[in-house]
Design a protein. Structure first.
Length: 110
């Protein structure tokens, strides 16, 4: 497994994959990101993030069945691993620590 650092973009990609509950593949991960953060994400940027997350052991992928709509090509589905969930929890804890240390920021943190 590669380094465990989770960058901001990787974090939101990981969150989108988790939100799709094992049904995430390239196009619908892009759509989920657009819906939640209102940003268009290029296929290349998403692919790079997914490859890095896979190298770190934060996601795993599996191939779905081939479909005629995709010219006989299967979809690659992504799922967050236990290590990925742990990385998200650690990132959230770190952010919460920062927010709590700032007296001028009032946030409702759990």
């Amino acid at each position: 497994m590669k380094g465990s650092y989770l960058g901001e973009f990787q974090e939101i990609v990981l969150l989108a994959v988790m939100a799709l509950q094992g049904q995430g593949y390239g196009v619908n991960i892009q759509e989920e990101l657009k819906k939640r953060i209102n940003r268009d994400i290029s296929r290349g940027a998403l692919h790079s993030a997914l490859v890095r997350l896979d190298e770190k052991g934060f996601v795993k992928s599996s191939m779905g069945g081939a479909t005629a709509v995709r010219g006989g090509r299967p979809k690659r589905y992504y799922e967050v691993t236990p290590s990925g969930r742990k990385a998200l929890e650690e990132a959230q804890q770190l952010r919460n620590q920062f927010y709590r240390s700032m007296p001028d920021i009032v946030v409702n943190l759990q």
